[in-house]
Design a protein around this ligand. Structure first.
Ligand SMILES: N[C@@H](CCC(=O)N[C@@H](CS)C(=O)NCC(=O)O)C(=O)O
Length: 261
């Protein structure tokens, strides 16, 4: 507990040094003042995570995108931040940030203490943090590498390595014993996991019917008022420019035996 208090005090001190001028900032509860935030966005893509987080927290933000025009939205991002144009790109005060997970952790830890993440000392916290990072580090990474490979050549057997089915199975197993990816309560880990788990089924990387716990969890997150507000603002015309689903994914079942690296 002492460590937690010290950490929070440290974060608060850091934040007050880095905070935008008081006039431009909005005070958020007991957290540090929130600098002006602009989210550069592509409809139906990972930038929805930051919009959804802000809606859950009731925090102000500006959303930049060209409605119904993914290339036009990408051009806005490139004009603003040409070096690594990705969605989300977020203007946080005077700083330009990418990586949805890092942006979410920053906003929560600095400006929304105690919200949308389990207490640091709880047994839920390690799981929460694991899923916050698994979402991009393992799940999205393996889904998109399988998608690219299987688009070129349909798979005849499952990979010897941890593949799309294995990473989604891991999420399904966790949801057999936990209501949410943060454990007992909805958290930012659910926001992080929503995009890759949607990709897994919509792009036909896995067989949807094999993952009933994931399907039930999706219904629950999509029923949240903040999720619906995010959809209305960030995906006003529904999904646009969706990638083509795979004609065929790897046959499900045990992975092919062999060496791992
Ligand atoms: N790990 C990054 C991934 C960001 C990312 O790749 N976003 C996609 C949209 S979902 C993008 O901007 N793609 C454009 C490109 O790669 O050129 C995050 O979580 O923010």
């Amino acid at each position: 507990m002492t460590i937690e208090l010290n950490r929070r005090a440290g974060l608060a001190a850091l934040a007050s040094l880095a905070a935008a001028p008081a006039a431009a900032a909005a005070t958020q509860g007991e957290g540090s003042p929130l600098p002006p935030i602009t989210i550069y966005h592509l409809e139906g893509r990972r930038s929805e995570r930051v919009v959804w987080l802000m809606e859950e927290l009731g925090f102000p933000y500006k959303l930049e995108f060209k409605r119904g025009d993914l290339m036009g939205s990408m051009a806005l991002i490139k004009a603003f931040s040409p070096i690594v144009p990705m969605a989300p790109t977020v203007k946080y005060g005077d700083q330009v940030l990418v990586e949805s997970g890092a942006i979410m952790e920053l906003i929560l830890n600095r400006h929304a203490p105690g919200k949308l993440q389990p207490d640091f000392a709880s047994t839920d916290y390690p799981h929460y943090l694991m899923w916050m990072h698994f979402a991009e580090g393992s799940l999205a990474a393996r889904l998109f590498s399988d998608y690219r490979a299987w688009m070129q050549q349909p798979p005849t057997e499952r990979s010897r390595l941890v593949d799309s089915e294995a990473v989604v199975e891991f999420a399904e197993d966790f949801l057999k014993t936990h209501a949410w990816f943060g454990g007992a309560a909805f958290s930012a880990a659910d926001i992080m996991m929503a995009f890759p788990l949607r990709v897994a089924t919509e792009l036909n990387l896995v067989e949807t019917s094999q993952f009933p716990k994931v399907a039930a969890w999706k219904t629950r997150i999509e029923g949240r008022p903040a999720y619906q507000r995010m959809l209305a603002k960030a995906r006003p015309d529904g999904m646009i420019g969706a990638l083509k689903p795979l004609p065929q994914h790897a046959p499900s079942g045990p992975r092919a035996p062999g060496a791992v690296r």
